[in-house]
Each structure stands twice: as structure tokens, then as C-alpha cells.
Write a protein that binds this ligand. Structure first.
Ligand code: FAD
Length: 530
């Protein structure tokens, strides 16, 4: 039995930030519990290594959804980081914050104090920005945000095609206007992935008021009445009790609601049926799940244009040397180097779709691992920024080692289906612009027999093709499960701090917003503790 001021469950994007900030003053002891192991593997530091972590149980929880009714009953693969740094150690590294109306909607949902003006200082506090030096960016935070290193002519050609379609260039998607097309920036530093483990934990580890336990799977929160007093955790096969003045769940959008339910905080009827004693009846735990769903367009191209041959066979050796000695080449890229935010209809305050483009193509092999196609190809994907569809994540048994049931409920509203069809049509139109024509060798997906002028055929293609952009949020939303200070309502000394507290998914990739949430939460907790 051990006692700490703060016990943090999960060393992911949010957990690492908290461990650092809460221990920085030196007057509080912090215990950080991570189910996965250390982050020493090069796969977690070479940016392109992320693809090799998929379905690798050492680093990936490798969840899947239940059959999705609107996606031809397909189960969708959901990777999640299981290692120091959590999903920030295996993600695509794209740095996007979202738009001011996202946070206005949070405030409307009950997140007092989380307006754009109030969260901006925390985005800045986290950031060291390489290129954009203005009032919107930070210059001395732990999180390095740097430009794409592997710039290629085909990226400019694709941007030209977007321009021809009518999407103007935007040098900074996190500037005053998100709309437009351009290069993404990555959470990387000198060509290495910059997970929150690198950004925040490496410093915190050196402090003697920080204890980090890896291979430590938390099974439940311990309560005296409604007051959380610690957690029960299995560390390398041994059960331990770890006491905390404050218990903070940072297990992410899947594990945080799972742990609440396992510990008696959730829908009372559901918990009683599983034989779990109810600590607090909180029917919204695990509800209101949101995610971004993508669909793709793939075209064949010539081998010189596609990145594919450089990341397989003997050329992969050359690319690895290029990364190792020069921090250059294809392995410096996380997911997509370029993209866009644009509108599918008039009258919107902010773009409603996001595009990612890569000059390569991948498929899942028989082991469920992602690998480059042998054929030279390029891929563009589109997702809706602010979907209406909501799903849920709930435990199916009282056993902590059983994965919860994920019902993403994708495309369950007409607006979401229409937006995806229109988004796909933008991609198809971009591919038909004159700039790209010399580089295209036939459409591979949707296959040429699919009539993309028909909404029905395109929607049917999306149903059979779509997959996640890996952005689940909102299963412990502010205003529904936690209050604006991220305290679990109806309990004491218990917080949730991770992507699950976002009342709505932000219009973009979710890592930056998760880090912001943790920065603000740490500030709030330290202020409350003075
Ligand atoms: C493959 C992939 C690609 C992505 N690409 C991007 C991108 O390019 N840009 C972007 O902005 N976002 C991206 N995201 C999303 C982004 O990384 C996540 O939104 C963010 O990391 C979520 O942070 P979190 O702290 O909520 O959870 P996580 O970072 O997932 O952290 C949760 C941690 O809790 C641990 N944990 C869980 N259960 C327990 C338990 N019972 N006991 C102890 N520890 C536990 C986990 O092992 C994990 O380390 C991607 C995500 C994935 C998976």
C-alpha cells in the first residue's frame, strides 16, 4: 500500500502532461500508472513507425467496434496506444487544435471556462512552434510542433489541384482561419516523434516526487462512500492498492468510462445487472461517444511519384539510413503531410470536412497489420469535422480485462451521411483537376464500376469502405459526467482528464486538444490545492 497526493491512471497524451505539471512545484507527490510498457522501441520514435504498431499487442490495445449498422455491419478496428505516451506514441502526429466554434459549443454544453479565449493560453503553454511566430502560437512549451520534412513535388501538385477546385492555400491551419489547403505540421522534434512521453515525462521522471509504474493495469477505483481513496492495480501480475488524495483517470475515451463503470459509477441498472455495487448512478457514463469517420479515394500512379516503393524491400533500408543519419526522407512523416479543411455547403461558420493526402497507399494484411501496397498509388481521405452521430462504450462484464463494447454508431444521421457523400465528391473532383492528370494511372478505390455521380452508389461505397480517423471522445463529457473542473459529479476526490471529457469532438485531430485539456486541468487542480 502506497500513498500519494495524486494517482494518475494512464500515461497517455493527458496523463503525461498531468504527471509533469502536478509534480513541477515539488510539493505534491504523483504516481503515474500505465498498463503498457516503456517507450524505448524505435518504432515509437521514427515517425513512420506508427503504422508498424497497429495490432502489435505490445503497444496497441487493438480494440474493435461492434458491427456498425450503417457500415454494412462491419466491425471497425480501433488502435489505441498502450505504452508510455499512450496514443501520442503511435498516432499520426498531425497537430490541429480545432476552431473557436468547437469550444463555444463546449461552453453551451456546460463547460464553463472552456471558451476559445480561455483555452488558447493552454494550447500556447504546451507549444514550441517552429514556424508561425504570432499571438496564436507558443514558443517555449514542451510540445514541439514542426514542419513536414519530407516535402515532395506531388504534394504541391495535389495542392495545386485543390486550388484549381477552389480551395485556397492556407499556411497555418491553426492560425486565424482553418479553411484552405496546405501542409500539416507534426508533433515532432528534429525528425523524431514528439509524444507526450518525450515532451513531458522525460523531465518529470527525474523528479523524486514522481513514481511511474509501467505494466500496471488499474482494475478499479477504491471508494469510501462516494470519496475516491485510491486504486486497485495489478502490477506485473501482483495486486496492489495505491492510495491517493486525488484519483485522476486519464485512460482515454475507452478506458475511463470502463473504469468508472467497473468501480460503480455509471448507469445503476446496467451495473446492478453485472453484479457491481453502485457508488453513484450516472447514466451518462460511456454515452455520447463521438468519432471521426473517413472514406478514401485511391489512384494508381507511377513508381517515382508514389512513396510506396521507398518504404518496402531493399529501399526501406535506404530510407532507414536516411532517417538514422540525416533525419530526412519518407520515414520522417507521420500520417498525411498535406490536407485541407473545406465546406460541403454554404452558410457554415467553419469548414465541415477535413482532407488528408499521402502519396502512398496501404492495406491491412492477414495479421491485421497495415502495410504499403506493392502497387504505386496515392490516397486522399475525407472526414466530417463535426459529426452528429453519437455512440456508446460500456462494459459487458465486471471483469477489468474484458474489452468494453464499442458502438460508434457512425453515419446514424442524415446530415452525417450527406456530408460524407459531399466530402467524397470533393475528393473525386480534386482528382479530376488538370494539375493531377499527368500523374494518375486509373482509379483504384472507389473502383471504376462505381458511379460516383450517384449519391446512392457513393454512400454504398462509403458504407463498405469507411474507417476511423482514431478520434473517439466525449464518453465522460463535461456537463454530463464531470463538471467544468473535471471532477466526477456525484463523487469526491475523483477526476477524469483526457479526450473523453470533450463535450464534442473538435474539428480536427484530437491530440492537441487533449493536451490542452490536461494543461488546463493541472492548472485548475494546483490552484484548488493552494
Ligand atoms: C493510430 C492513431 C492515429 C492518430 N493520429 C492522430 C494525429 O495524427 N493527430 C492527432 O491530433 N491525433 C491523432 N490521434 C488521436 C490522439 O492521439 C488521441 O486523441 C489522444 O492521444 C488521446 O489521448 P488520451 O490521453 O485521451 O488517451 P491515450 O493517449 O490513449 O492514453 C490513455 C493511456 O491510458 C492507458 N490505460 C488504459 N487503461 C488503463 C488501465 N486500466 N490501467 C492503466 N493504464 C491504462 C493506456 O495504455 C494509455 O497509455 C490518433 C490516435 C491513434 C490511435
Amino acid at each position: 500500500m502506497r500513498d500519494f497526493d495524486y494517482v494518475i491512471v494512464g500515461a497517455g497524451s493527458a496523463g503525461c502532461v498531468l504527471a509533469n505539471r502536478l509534480s513541477a512545484r515539488g510539493d505534491k507527490s504523483v504516481c503515474l500508472l500505465e498498463a503498457g510498457g516503456n517507450n524505448l522501441s524505435p518504432l515509437l520514435h521514427v515517425p513512420a513507425g506508427w503504422a508498424a504498431t497497429f495490432n502489435n499487442k505490445k503497444f496497441d490495445w487493438a480494440f474493435e467496434t461492434e458491427p456498425e449498422p450503417q457500415l454494412h455491419d462491419r466491425k471497425i478496428f480501433w488502435p489505441r496506444g498502450k505504452v508510455l505516451g499512450g496514443s501520442s506514441s503511435i498516432n499520426g502526429m498531425i497537430y490541429i487544435r480545432g476552431v473557436p466554434i468547437d469550444f463555444a459549443a463546449w461552453v453551451q454544453a456546460g463547460a464553463k471556462g472552456w471558451s476559445w479565449e480561455e483555452v488558447l493560453p493552454y494550447f500556447k503553454k504546451a507549444e514550441t512552434q517552429q514556424t508561425h511566430h504570432d499571438e496564436l502560437h507558443g514558443s517555449d512549451g514542451p510540445l514541439h510542433v514542426e514542419d513536414v520534412r519530407d516535402k515532395r513535388p506531388i504534394q504541391d501538385t495535389f495542392l495545386d489541384a485543390m486550388d484549381e477546385f477552389g480551395i485556397p492555400r492556407n499556411p497555418d491551419f491553426n492560425g486565424s482561419d482553418q479553411a484552405g489547403c496546405g501542409h500539416y505540421q507534426f508533433t515532432q522534434h528534429n525528425g523524431r516523434r514528439w509524444s507526450t512521453a518525450s515532451a513531458y515525462l522525460d523531465d518529470a521522471k527525474k523528479r523524486n516526487n514522481v513514481t511511474i509504474l509501467t505494466h500496471a493495469v488499474t482494475h478499479k477505483i477504491l471508494f469510501e462512500g462516494i470519496k475516491a481513496t485510491g486504486v486497485e492495480v495489478i502490477v506485473k501480475g501482483k495486486k496492489q492498492r495505491i492510495n491517493g488524495q486525488q484519483v485522476i483517470l486519464s485512460g482515454g475515451s475507452i478506458a475511463s468510462p470502463q473504469l468508472l463503470e467497473l468501480s460503480g459509477v455509471g448507469d445503476g441498472n446496467r451495473l446492478q445487472k453485472l453484479g457491481i455495487e453502485v457508488v453513484h448512478n450516472s447514466p451518462n457514463v460511456g454515452e455520447h461517444l463521438q468519432d471521426h469517420l473517413l472514406s478514401k479515394v485511391v489512384f494508381g500512379t507511377d513508381p517515382e511519384t508514389s512513396i510506396n516503393r521507398e518504404v518496402q524491400g531493399w529501399r526501406l533500408g535506404l530510407s532507414s539510413l536516411n532517417w538514422f543519419f540525416r533525419r530526412q526522407g519518407p520515414l520522417t512523416t507521420g500520417s498525411a503531410p498535406i490536407g485541407a479543411f473545406w465546406y460541403t455547403r454554404d452558410g457554415l461558420e467553419a469548414p465541415d470536412v477535413q482532407i488528408h493526402f499521402a502519396s502512398g497507399a496501404t492495406l491491412y494484411n492477414n495479421e491485421g497489420k497495415i502495410q504499403p501496397t506493392e502497387m504505386a498509388a496515392m490516397t486522399a481521405v475525407v472526414n466530417q469535422s463535426r459529426p452528429e452521430s453519437r455512440g456508446s462504450i460500456h462494459i459487458a462484464t465486471a471483469n477489468a480485462v474484458d474489452a468494453p463494447k464499442i458502438h460508434a454508431n457512425y453515419l446514424s444521421t442524415q446530415l452525417d451521411r450527406d456530408t460524407m457523400v459531399k466530402g467524397m465528391r470533393i475528393l473525386i473532383d480534386v482528382f479530376s483537376q488538370p494539375s493531377l492528370e499527368p500523374y494518375l494511372k486509373g482509379r483504384l478505390s472507389p473502383t471504376p464500376d462505381i458511379n460516383c455521380d450517384s449519391d446512392d452508389e457513393l454512400l454504398d461505397y462509403i458504407r463498405g469502405d469507411a474507417s476511423t480517423v482514431y478520434h473517439p471522445t466525449s464518453t465522460c463529457s463535461i456537463g454530463k459526467v464531470v463538471d467544468e473542473n473535471l471532477r466526477v459529479m456525484g463523487t469526491e476526490n475523483l477526476h477524469v482528464v483526457d479526450a473523453s471529457v470533450m463535450p464534442y469532438v473538435v474539428s480536427g485531430n484530437t491530440n492537441a486538444a487533449t493536451i490542452m485539456v490536461a494543461e488546463k486541468a493541472a492548472d485548475q487542480m494546483l490552484t484548488a490545492a493552494i
